[in-house]
Design a protein around this ligand. Structure first.
Ligand SMILES: *Cc1c(COP(=O)(O)O)cnc(C)c1O
Length: 285
């Protein structure tokens, strides 16, 4: 090894976390493994094959580039979903590759319509609705418009999912807001189903929501942070474990070659900008 410092990924920790999540979420809830932001810094190319080996068969990313990286890291075909950015010119390629993607406004739906018609391949879409986070998503009026576009163009779209994002489930202070979001979501879902469009997966929960509000699990959950061994907040951790041992384990580790060992007396400072005060006689590396 050339460098003096390196990052490690612990396969056993990853297996432990995925097995814990599967056990707790049950057989009826599909897990979409969120590997956006380069798998939360762990490395898409390193992490995705390990998740695949643990039986994960759905992956969520933020943009087109990440989706391609996930696809290239997989041994076998698995479902990949883009929750965010695709530049207009990449929509055709996204559909050709069979990658699922969010429809969060009418413009995006029209671009998908044009692209799918052009190449004669169905666009696998997830309709994202606005329920209170105010980031992206279709309002009720836009949803109605989307429904009419989808129905006027049979054979163009495969409605894979109907989703929203529950904001702030990691804090009890958002309880009322979350309940309101859930209500709005179910109302919008009825609008969709009354039109005769039945989405394959209803999904709204991230890690915190899946554990704090089991009712939010629906057909699929989008689990990010917990896979990597972290709870969404101290609150979600305590609420689940009741101060018992943490069932999750950190995947990421950091190892370094030791260059020099020193004894430091109590009351002395260590480091640049005297950043550490020794509270006892210690040995530093
Ligand atoms: C990041 C993200 C998730 C995963 O969130 P975690 O809190 O890490 O589980 C789920 N859904 C969407 C839309 C996200 O952006």
């Amino acid at each position: 090894m050339q460098g003096s410092s390196f990052i490690t990924l612990k396969r056993e920790a990853l297996q432990n976390n995925i097995r814990f999540l599967k056990k707790k979420l049950g057989n009826h809830v599909r897990i979409s493994s969120v590997v956006k932001a380069n798998a939360y810094g762990h490395g898409i190319e390193q992490i995705v094959p390990m998740f695949e080996e643990e039986g994960i068969n759905h992956f969520s990313v933020f943009d087109f580039g990440e989706a391609v990286r996930v696809q290239n890291s997989l041994k076998n075909d698995k479902d990949i979903m883009i929750m965010g950015w695709i530049s207009d010119e990449n929509v055709v390629e996204t559909i050709k590759r069979g990658i699922e993607f969010y429809i969060f406004n009418i413009n995006r739906l029209n671009i998908a319509l044009q692209a799918a018609s052009e190449i004669g391949i169905k666009a696998k879409i997830h309709l994202e609705v606005e329920t209170g986070m105010n980031r992206s998503g279709l309002t009720i009026k836009e949803l109605e418009e989307a429904i009419s576009i989808i129905k006027k163009n049979p054979g163009i779209f495969e409605v894979k999912g109907f989703c929203t994002h529950l904001a702030g489930a990691e804090s009890i202070s958002n309880h009322v807001r979350i309940q309101k979001q859930l209500k709005t979501y179910h109302k919008l879902h009825r609008v969709l189903e009354n039109s005769g469009i039945i989405p394959e997966y209803r999904h709204i929960a991230n890690s915190a929501a899946a554990f704090v509000y089991p009712k939010s699990r629906l057909d699929m959950v989008r689990i990010g942070i917990m896979q990597y061994g972290f709870w969404s907040s101290i609150e979600t951790f305590l609420r689940y474990t009741h101060h018992e041992k943490d069932p999750l384990r950190r995947i990421l580790g950091w190892r370094s070659q030791i260059m020099s060992i020193k004894e430091v007396n109590k009351g002395e400072f260590v480091g640049y900008g005297i950043s550490f005060l020794a509270q006892a006689n210690i040995k530093t590396a």
